[in-house]
Design a protein around this ligand. Structure first.
Ligand code: SAH
Length: 271
């Protein structure tokens, strides 16, 4: 790191069984004795590290975090701020409303976050969550899950100074065509979708094969007990025990649903 910073308290927070010592210094992760070699790593730069693991602590993603199937580290952007007040933002050049996260501050946080990470972006993407980014989808989740790790930069206010995004060739990824207050919810959505594709996270790997977007189709409707509810029956074929017929019915349902609800996805399939 170019500027030595003297943080008021430990800037890094790790989650899960394989947590590491908080430090601002670049470190060789492989020297950490408790690291499961090869565990997928998420590093999140945020002004709100307390928002993590957030919902990722629950259920399958939380269990996987505890088991060390993936690792999560947060980097508190505030601790890389300038001066006594650790300023992270300033008014937009050219005027206008709001504040912009400073290039130098984000750069310092990013340098710390990338310590020990693969420099090859194909192995370790660096992503800024942004409404201007490429729309996140299942294919992108698969790409991220196939990497060694992922660094996520959460914006706030009006966003991040463009120069630091350009300088580090940071990929912009959007959760959808709407504007959130900050990148944290988007980061958790991206991590949830990615982590559940890692080996061993979802117990029944078969459930990943048929679900929506795994094969360009929306999933067929699901039913469970009771067999009759408020006068509505479960489609009889599902109770027939005839697996070939069930598979055929589900396929037809998935196709009909995709055609009617998502003509865009349906058109993509034909290509
Ligand atoms: N002024 C910006 C929006 C800033 S919103 C613009 O008009 O493009 C503040 C932060 O929330 C952003 O920096 C980004 O990190 C996050 N954010 C907002 N909407 C998002 C979305 N659809 N997907 C991912 N991140 C989003």
């Amino acid at each position: 790191m170019s500027d030595p910073i003297d943080p008021p308290h430990p800037p890094l927070k790790s989650h899960g069984r394989l947590s590491i010592r908080p430090t601002l210094q670049p470190r060789d992760l492989m020297e950490e004795p408790r690291l499961v070699k090869g565990a997928w790593q998420a590093r999140v730069i945020t002004l709100f590290p307390q928002a993590f693991p957030g919902v990722l602590e629950q259920s399958l993603t939380g269990k996987a975090l505890d088991l060390g199937l993936w690792r999560l580290e947060t980097f508190d952007l505030r601790l890389f701020g300038e001066g006594k007040h650790r300023n992270v933002d300033d008014t937009p050049a050219g005027g206008g409303a709001g504040m912009v996260l400073r290039a130098d501050v984000v750069d310092h946080a990013l340098t710390a976050a990338q310590a020990g990470a693969a420099a090859d972006r194909a192995r370790w993407p660096v992503v800024y969550l942004s409404p201007r980014g490429q729309r996140f989808d299942q294919a992108m989740a698969r790409r991220f899950a196939g990497c060694d790790g992922l660094t996520l930069l959460c914006g706030r206010f009006e966003g991040v100074d463009q120069r630091v995004l350009d300088h580090h060739a940071i990929e912009e990824v959007s959760l959808g065509d709407f504007v959130l207050t900050g990148g944290e919810i988007a980061a958790q959505a991206v991590l949830d979708a990615t982590v559940r594709l890692l080996p061993g996270v979802v117990g029944n790997a078969e459930s990943l094969l048929e679900e929506s977007h795994s094969n360009g189709l929306l999933e067929h409707p699901q039913y469970t007990r009771p067999p009759v509810w408020q006068g509505h029956e479960i489609p009889p074929v599902l109770l027939s025990g005839n697996h070939a017929e069930i598979a055929k019915w589900r396929r037809a349902q998935a196709e009909a649903l995709t055609q009617s609800r998502r003509p865009d996805l349906w058109a993509e399939r034909g290509k």
